[in-house]
Design a protein around this ligand. Structure first.
Ligand code: ATP
Length: 704
């Protein structure tokens, strides 16, 4: 056996871990290596150095050396008399799952089946402690003798029916980032990479490891089957003993479905407990499942071996025709027939009632009672031994990897970045050229200088503020899912999202101000230029913070725009350029204190005019009196030179306040849940439709 040697970035060699990724085999020596931030480290294997982290020869040898299998912690899930209600908008409760009991043991693959709307997903999310917030779950659910709680996020995996990814990432990037967000912080870098590589191979994704998951036009992306396998791989990163899969074969052809269920079967054989909802499996697929649970109208219609289901239905007089797939037949019996719903409900009730008093149900009941009895008599210490002693990654690790993820999204499409920079420069040059040679110390020059300053402020306010409005609503479904899975918190997400934007929020205003400032010929001192750039950066950041607040508070772009437009008009009107601030009526003049346009305009004007003397006057004597000094210019606009630092402080306070409000709005939005998001989308669509109708009407009026 050859030894595998890891060289940390400090150059000191250390022997790699030979265990699996479970905490028992963790190599504390490399615990949460701060050097292992995105970008990877170098590994040396018997004198050969392989750069970065995804080198195939390296992984080949490590796998030979360390073996590839790991055994998950055995997991028994038992539930008794589980009833699930949902709170409706009118305040009433609707029962979705009615008094359901069952058990899933280690090494079993359980099929949860039933007609559409039977309550499969509702039951599964309740068992996985991932129910939406407006749901009430009653009854007893326990895992390994402990009533379920937040620990389910780390002890179980949940594969959703519709997989959501950050589409512009590659398969390898996605798994690497998820391994840093999900896996125990004590897992050594070596074990983490080995796990990722092992999953890629096991799930036949190795060849597609550098393929983008989805997204960009014209580039190769993952197939539907590969996406499902990637979702599966993501859940397997932590090797959970319990796995929930919601319709994993939906959208797959029969061969891909067969492959996926075979994988689930293989995982169950390894010792996992897997509960899987599935629609219309073929007989071959069904043969891979150990147990079948049939749900109908929120109740259990059958639970036990698939072969037992045939005889149970036969005993009720439902003889499966020879040409029928038995599972299709069961679903047909348990589905509501359009036009005769009443009779169907009666038939379903009768099947569920008969199952409740059947021998199979009594046997199941005994098993469940025994499990709860053992649980009640087991001491806490031995219960704890059944759980992994998981330690979540540090907050700074999560932030670093989320920032990396969002930076990848930003730089992934260089065309967009390039277009943005070219656009910015083009606007800057055009705006600057309009003021070329005009910003002189003359009476006309005063207006030109103020105009150039306003261009800098406006360009760093309006477009950026509106451009951010769609960001949060777009990412909300994935955020909601990651929060439910306990991957991170709303605050971590928000901070990471903003940090990833930061480089652009510094580079863009700097470039823009640089061009406009010098082309327009504004005050040529390093002090004035430096602070103007700083102010432009601050303005852009306040605008982004304000846009983020509106985006988080209203949850959809059309709604946010509807409120932001009047707000930005009031900011602009009180900026000091369009109306004399001291002449504004009292009841609206307070708005200026919320206007970062006013603060930045005042500070930039002070930079341009403070200490300036001898502004030339070429006006005829009988015209208005001339402004002869910078001090007088500031007075014209109601600006005070002593307020320079107050303006900067006000901008900083606004930046912090908007971000804080945005974070609070996002947290409240998240806690109100996806349901509100869906209704907001409907409202936004209605607004968009209303606008389109209005536009149509005005067009047709115009036509007349
Ligand atoms: N938020 C909700 N408000 C009202 N009814 C709901 C809500 N969520 C689910 N339901 C209803 O609860 C029932 C069970 O839904 P669930 O998604 O669990 O069914 P399912 O068996 O998984 O269906 P499918 O196979 O079509 O996914 C359905 O009738 C559904 O319309």
């Amino acid at each position: 056996m050859r030894s595998v040697t890891k060289t940390d970035t400090d150059g000191s060699p250390s022997t790699g871990s030979s265990g699996n990724s479970s905490p028992n085999s963790l190599n504390d020596e490399h615990a949460d290596d701060p050097n292992e931030l995105p970008g990877g480290i170098l590994y040396v294997d018997s004198g050969i150095t392989y750069p970065k982290y995804y080198d195939e020869p390296y992984f080949d040898e490590v796998e030979e050396l360390l073996g590839s299998s790991s055994s998950p912690a055995p997991c028994t899930l038992v539930w008794r008399d589980v009833t699930v209600h949902i709170k409706l908008k009118n305040g009433k409760l609707k029962r979705l799952v009615n008094n359901v009991s069952g058990i899933a043991k280690p090494g079993t693959l359980v099929a949860l089946m039933g007609p559409s709307g039977a309550g499969k997903t509702t039951l599964m999310t309740a068992l996985a402690q991932r129910s939406p917030d407006d749901t009430i779950v009653d009854g007893a659910i326990a895992m390994n003798g402990m009533p379920i709680g937040d620990f389910m996020h780390r002890e179980s995996g949940y594969m959703h029916q519709d997989e959501l990814f950050v589409e512009n990432l590659t398969v390898m990037e996605h798994l690497t980032i998820m391994s840093r967000l999900k896996m125990d912080r004590r897992t050594s870098p070596l074990a983490r990479r080995r796990k990722v590589n092992q999953l890629l191979r096991q799930l036949s994704l190795y060849g597609a490891r550098h393929t983008r998951i989805g997204g960009l036009d014209g580039l190769k992306t993952l197939s539907g089957g590969e996406r499902k396998r990637l979702a599966f791989a993501t859940e397997l990163l932590t090797d959970p003993g319990l796995l929930f899969c919601d319709e994993p074969t939906t959208g797959l052809d029969s061969s891909s479905a067969q492959k996926l269920i075979t994988l689930l079967r293989a995982s169950a054989v390894q010792g996992k407990t897997i509960i899987c909802t599935i629609h219309q499996p073929s007989s071959e697929l069904m043969a891979l499942f150990d147990k079948l649970v049939l749900l109908a109208e929120g109740r259990v219609a059958f639970a036990g071996n698939a072969s037992g289901a045939l005889s149970f239905f036969e005993s009720l007089g439902y003889q499966c025709p020879i040409t029928y797939n038995p599972t299709d037949y069961f679903i047909k019996v348990l589905a509501l027939t359009p036009g005769s719903e009443g009779a169907s409900r009666q038939a379903i009730k009768s099947v569920c009632d008969r199952f409740a008093v059947s021998d199979a149900a009594k046997e199941l009941d005994m098993e469940i009672h025994l499990e709860f009895h053992i649980m009640e008599n087991e001491d806490e210490e031995s219960k704890k031994l059944k759980f992994t002693h998981y330690k979540s990654p540090f907050i700074h690790t999560k932030i670093a990897w989320l920032v990396y993820r969002y930076l990848l999204i930003i730089v992934r499409d260089p065309r967009v970045q390039l277009v943005r920079i070219i656009q910015k420069l083009a606007i800057a040059i055009t705006a600057g050229l309009c003021f070329l040679g005009t910003a002189r110390l003359t009476q006309a020059g005063i207006q030109d200088v103020q105009g150039a300053l306003f261009i800098i402020i406006a360009e760093n306010t309006f477009i950026p503020m509106y451009s951010v409005l769609n960001m949060f609503p777009e990412e909300f479904p994935l955020l909601q899912r990651e929060l439910k899975a306990g991957l991170h918190s709303t605050t971590i997400y928000y901070v990471s999202r903003m940090l990833a934007l930061l480089p652009g929020l510094v580079i863009e205003p700097t470039l823009f101000t640089l061009v406009v400032y010098w082309v327009a010929g504004l005050r040529a001192t390093l002090y004035a230029f430096g602070f103007t750039v700083l102010l432009a950066i601050l303005v852009l950041n306040v605008a982004i913070a304000c846009g983020s607040f509106f985006s988080c508070a209203f949850g959809s772009m059309p709604l946010a725009i509807a409120y932001l437009v009047p707000f930005d008009y009031s900011l602009m009107m009180t900026s000091g350029l369009f109306i004399k601030l001291s002449s504004m009526p009292k009841y609206v003049s307070w708005i200026r204190y919320m206007s970062w346009l006013m603060y930045s305009n005042e500070a930039m004007s002070i930079l341009q005019w403070d200490g300036v003397q001898n502004i030339t006057c070429t006006l005829p004597e009988n015209e208005a009196p001339c402004v002869s000094s910078g001090q007088e210019v500031l007075q014209v606009y109601d600006f005070e030179k002593t307020k320079f630092w107050i303006d900067i402080m006000a901008l900083v306070i606004m930046y912090l306040t908007f971000h804080l409000l945005a974070l609070l709005a996002l947290r409240s939005f998240v806690s109100r849940g996806i349901q509100q998001f869906i209704s907001l989308l409907a409202l936004s669509d209605a607004i968009a439709g209303y606008r389109a109708a209005g536009m149509q009407a005005s067009l047709s009026l115009g036509g007349k």
